[in-house]
Design a protein around this ligand. Structure first.
Ligand SMILES: [Zn+2]
Length: 82
């Protein structure tokens, strides 16, 4: 997400690079953020993505799995220590 929103393109040769690149490594030209990588565009893309796939991802999310696992671990630890 972050990587997408901050990707830059060289004005001179069109080379694309990461957010930390201020000058094109290929031709030394100025880097700019492409229109379709602007936050608004990405937000729109994410909204669509969320509407379509978020419920599924949330259901199978690792966070959900790990939180139930850590609860089990906490219970186990407590009963072992006492
Ligand atoms: Zn360049």
């Amino acid at each position: 997400m972050k990587r997408l929103s901050s990707r830059r393109t060289c004005k001179g040769c069109g080379y694309t690079a990461g957010p930390d690149t201020d000058a094109c490594p290929r031709c030394g030209g100025e880097m700019y953020q492409r229109d379709d990588d602007k936050p608004e565009t990405i937000q729109k893309r994410l909204d669509t993505y969320q509407n379509q796939t978020a419920p599924l991802i949330d259901y199978y999310s690792p966070r959900r799995a790990s939180s139930s696992r850590s609860t089990a671990t906490a219970r186990w630890t407590r009963s072992t220590l006492t």
